[in-house]
Design a protein around this ligand. Structure first.
Ligand SMILES: [Zn+2]
Length: 414
């Protein structure tokens, strides 16, 4: 992979800001020690972040006999970021300050059958409008909007190439959103959003190699390799949900049989339950959220059917995660997204046992398996982080990336 000096400079800028967000206030000397960069490089990058008003000088600390050291901290009010998590059943939007504290939230339900691009875009526009109004901020302070949409995404063209659960093909999503939202937009998918959230703020922070397993309606893995997000040559690495777990197994949306997703995604878990106990009261046939909630309550109450369904699901999951551990030798495997959050530690405990039966001893010994420690929606946080990264990339460039104007858009008042 070719890395230009510009890429390296951008990566270093991310690293320094990441460290400042994690440990404000801090000095240039501490930043150099924490990042392994030279003091001169850190001083230059800190200067750029000060120019962007992303950080501020906040005073001095004594340094045993030497000159007092200047301290910098993240400038929470230096701008706002918006993260959009478009999922199969909902749209969540959160507005963050620059310290990535949530200032406002909005949720829209996406009901079955409401899956036309225009319908989904209308939900997103309504929710983005809502968070901007709630936060009461001047639109001009929104630095960007990161948007996560399931499936295959072309970041450069803003096209959702394929969203299997909605049967979307080549939807010009960024253009549709641009008709309603005038801030800079950054499109990607939930695998990469949740991986970036863990890399900046969660269990992968400071770790070179991590796998973030997303368990929702869809399933996939975000890959952090060599300290950065691994996208693959066409931004589609990590489609682990569509690797084959069972030859000639269950039919998947993608057209293949036996994909991981068909056993451990929410609809797959519902099928595990239906096959075990067709008349179970835990099953809410048209409602994934209600069924997964019922299973979590059932496990807590030691309901034998719920316990068995979670164990069966963990067996499939364990075999698939063992493959990821053998392939990538990560320091940590993070279980993320709503199904993992709802089923929680009882699922993780079963997964650890199942993984231990399948993974090779050496990579297994180097890996821990944890739930995402991020207390809010990791996909919203990761999407907002894409907007933050986008703003950091504009250093030295004066004109915004998108300058199209349209009536009635949510936009800075100029
Ligand atoms: Zn598939």
């Amino acid at each position: 992979m070719k890395r230009t000096s510009r890429d390296i400079r951008t990566a270093n800028r991310y690293e320094v800001l990441r460290q400042i967000i994690a440990a404000s206030p801090t000095s240039r000397q501490e930043l150099a020690a924490a990042t392994g960069l030279s003091l001169a490089t850190v001083a230059t990058l800190v200067g750029e972040l000060l120019d962007l008003r992303m950080i501020t000088e906040v005073g001095f600390e004594d340094s045993a006999g030497g000159r007092p050291r200047g301290l910098v901290a993240v400038n929470g009010s230096g701008g706002a970021l918006i993260g959009v998590d478009i999922a199969e059943t909902y749209v969540h939007v959160e507005l963050f300050d620059l310290a990535l504290n949530v200032l406002a939230r909005a949720d829209e339900d996406v009901r079955p059958g409401e899956s036309l691009p225009e319908q989904v875009v209308a939900h997103v526009a309504a929710a983005v409008g809502s968070v901007v109004a709630q936060a009461g901020i001047e639109g001009a302070r929104v630095l960007g909007v990161g948007v996560s949409v399931p499936g295959q995404v072309d970041r450069a063209t803003g096209i959702s190439e394929y969203a299997p659960n909605w049967d979307w093909h080549n939807v010009p999503l960024l253009d549709l959103l641009t008709e309603h939202i005038a801030y800079p937009l950054y499109l990607d998918n939930p695998l990469r959003a949740s991986a970036v959230a863990e890399l900046w703020f969660g269990a992968a922070r400071g770790r070179g190699n991590a796998v973030v397993v997303n368990l929702g309606t869809g399933v996939g893995a975000g890959l952090v390799l060599g300290g950065g997000l691994h996208r693959g040559v066409s931004n589609s690495a990590g489609e682990w949900g569509h690797t084959t777990l069972v030859l000639d197994g269950r039919l998947c949306h993608c057209g293949n049989h036996g994909c991981v997703e068909t056993y451990v995604g929410a609809p797959g878990i519902m099928l595990n339950l239906r096959e075990l106990s067709p008349g179970s009261t835990l099953l809410h046939p048209e409602d994934q959220t209600a069924t997964i909630d019922a299973l979590a309550r059932g496990v807590a109450a030691r309901d034998p059917v719920a316990v068995k369904v979670v164990r069966d699901t963990a067996r499939y999951l364990g075999a698939g995660i063992a493959d990821l551990i053998n392939l990538f030798n990560p320091e940590v495997v993070v279980l993320s997204s709503w199904v993992a959050a709802t089923l929680g530690e009882p699922l993780v405990a079963e997964v650890r046992e199942a993984v231990a039966r399948h993974a090779l001893p050496r990579p297994l010994a180097a890996t821990e398996i944890v739930l995402s420690p991020i207390p809010t929606d990791p996909v919203c946080l990761g999407a907002a982080t894409f907007a933050l990264e986008g703003a950091l990339q504009t250093v030295g460039q004066r004109s915004p990336r998108r300058t199209v104007r349209a009536k009635g858009r949510i936009a800075p008042s100029t």
